[in-house]
Design a protein around this ligand. Structure first.
Ligand code: LMR
Length: 396
C-alpha cells in the first residue's frame, strides 16, 4: 500500500528546529520557527497561563467531550478580542465563532467551508505569504492566486501594485490578508491602506479572509485588529482565523478559532451548522485545555490585565531588539541600510539575503533562518547579537 510513497524533505519552517537541535556549535543562533523567546532563549509559560492552569486543575470535574463548537467562553473571548465588545456583528448576531485546533485548524476549516459553499472560489494570497498557507488552503481543493505585497528591493509594501492586481478579484474570490505582523515580511498595512482595501472590497465584491495569528505583537490588541473591525463593519461577509499560540504562548495546546461574519442572523446559523458538520468529519471536536485557559484568563479581570502586561513586555522586547539589530548591522558596514527592520512589526523581517547567503550563515556560522532570509527577531538576545551581526556582515 505505502511502498509508492517517497521520502519528503523536512518542512521548510519546522525542519529548521531539528537541524538547530542537532548542531553542536555553542554559538548557534535560532531565528527559525516563529516562537517567542526570552533573553535566555526560553519560550516561557506566561504567568497568567500558569495561574489559570492552577484554577482549572482545582475545579476540573470531567474529561467528557467538549461541545462541537468548543468552550463557549473561549469563543466569546476570541470574538471580543477580534471585534471589540460592541461591534455591530456581535450585536446583530451575524457572527459564528467555533474553536479550532490552533490557527492552522481554523485556516483549514475555513478552506473546507469555502470549498463547500463555492467550489469555484479563488483565494488571493500575498506574495510572499506564510509558507503553510499554501498547503492548508489547497488541500481543500481551492485555487490560489497571488497579489504583489512586499517589494524586496524597497523593503516595503507595494500597495499600488497590490490594489491594481486585486481589481481583478470578484464575488467568487476571497482575499487573504494578515491582520498584523505580516508573516514573513513584518510589513503591515496602515489604517489608511485598510480603508482603501475596504473600499475596493465593496467595489469588487470579494470577501476578506483575515489571518490574525499575532494579535498584540504589533501595536496592541485593539490596534492590531483595526482592519478586522473595519472590514467587518463595511462588508457583508468576512472570514477570520485566529490563534492564541503566540499571544498567550499556548503553541502546543492548539488554541484557535474561526469566526465567520454573515450577512444576517439566519445565515450565521446556517454557516455555524455547516462549519460544525465539516469539523465533525475532520476532528470531531477541538481540544479543551488551551481554550479553557483562554476562557479563564480573559474572563478574570486580574488575569486578563496580567496577560496584557506580559504581552506588552513581549512586544516591547521585540521592538527593542529590532532597534539593536539595525544599530549593530549599520555600525559594522555601510553597504546596506537595515533601518527598515525597525519599521516592521511582530516576530519577522526579511534580511534580504540570497539562498546562498542563508546557507552560508547556516553551514559556516550555525545561524538558522528560513531560505527566504526571514528571521524570527525574538531569537536575538544580548549574548548572540554581536556574533549574529558579525556573521551577517560577513556574508553580505
Ligand atoms: C512560523 O511561521 O514560523 C510559525 O507560524 C510556526 C509555523 O507553524 O510555521
Amino acid at each position: 500500500m505505502f511502498d509508492q510513497l517517497s521520502l519528503l524533505q523536512p518542512d521548510p519552517i519546522l525542519g529548521l528546529s531539528a537541524a538547530f537541535r542537532s548542531d553542536t556549535n555553542s554559538n548557534k543562533v535560532d531565528l527559525g520557527v516563529g516562537v517567542y523567546k526570552t533573553e535566555v532563549g526560553e519560550t516561557p509559560v506566561l504567568d497568567c497561563v500558569t495561574a489559570a492552569e492552577k484554577q482549572l486543575l482545582q475545579h476540573q470535574t470531567t474529561k467528557s467531550y467538549t461541545p462541537p463548537a468548543g468552550i463557549e467562553g473561549a469563543n466569546r473571548a476570541a470574538a471580543e478580542l477580534a471585534f471589540g465588545t460592541e461591534h455591530s456583528v456581535i450585536e446583530e448576531q451575524r457572527l459564528s465563532t467555533v474553536q479550532t485546533p490552533g490557527g492552522c485548524g481554523a485556516l483549514r476549516l475555513a478552506a473546507e467551508l469555502i470549498a463547500k459553499a463555492n467550489p469555484q472560489s479563488t483565494i488571493w494570497v500575498s506574495a510572499p505569504t506564510w509558507a503553510n498557507h499554501v498547503p492548508l488552503l489547497t488541500s481543500a481543493g481551492l485555487r490560489l492566486k497571488e497579489y504583489p505585497y512586499y517589494d524586496f528591493a524597497k523593503h516595503k509594501i507595494d500597495f499600488n501594485a497590490m490594489v491594481n492586481t486585486l481589481k481583478a478579484a470578484g464575488p467568487n474570490d476571497l482575499v487573504l490578508l494578515h491582520a498584523c505582523c505580516h508573516n514573513p515580511s513584518g510589513a503591515d498595512l496602515s489604517n489608511d491602506q485598510w480603508r482603501q482595501l475596504s473600499e475596493l472590497a465593496s467595489e469588487r465584491g470579494f470577501t476578506p479572509f483575515i489571518d490574525m495569528a499575532y494579535q498584540g505583537f504589533g501595536s496592541g490588541i485593539a490596534e492590531d485588529a483595526y482592519g478586522v473591525r473595519l472590514l467587518a463593519e463595511t462588508q457583508p461577509e468576512l472570514v477570520l482565523a485566529m490563534s492564541f499560540s503566540k499571544n498567550l504562548g499556548l503553541y502546543r495546546e492548539r488554541a484557535g478559532s474561526l469566526s465567520i461574519v454573515s450577512a444576517n442572523k439566519s445565515q450565521a446559523g446556517a454557516v455555524q451548522s455547516q462549519t460544525l458538520s465539516i469539523a465533525r468529519g475532520l476532528y470531531s471536536m477541538p481540544p479543551s485545555h488551551g481554550a479553557s485557559i483562554v476562557d479563564t484568563v480573559y474572563h478574570s479581570e486580574e488575569l486578563r490585565s496580567l496577560w496584557f502586561s506580559e504581552l506588552t513586555d513581549m512586544r516591547e522586547r521585540i521592538a527593542g531588539l529590532r532597534l539593536e539589530l539595525v544599530k549593530a548591522l549599520n555600525e559594522r558596514q555601510d553597504k546596506r541600510d537595515f533601518g527598515f527592520i525597525a519599521q516592521e512589526a511582530g516576530m519577522f523581517s526579511f534580511l534580504g539575503l540570497s539562498v546562498e547567503q542563508v546557507n552560508t550563515l547556516k553551514n559556516q556560522f550555525s545561524v538558522y533562518m528560513t531560505d527566504n532570509s526571514r528571521i524570527n527577531v525574538a531569537g536575538i538576545n544580548q549574548q548572540n547579537l554581536p556574533y549574529l551581526a558579525d556573521a551577517i556582515v560577513q556574508v553580505l
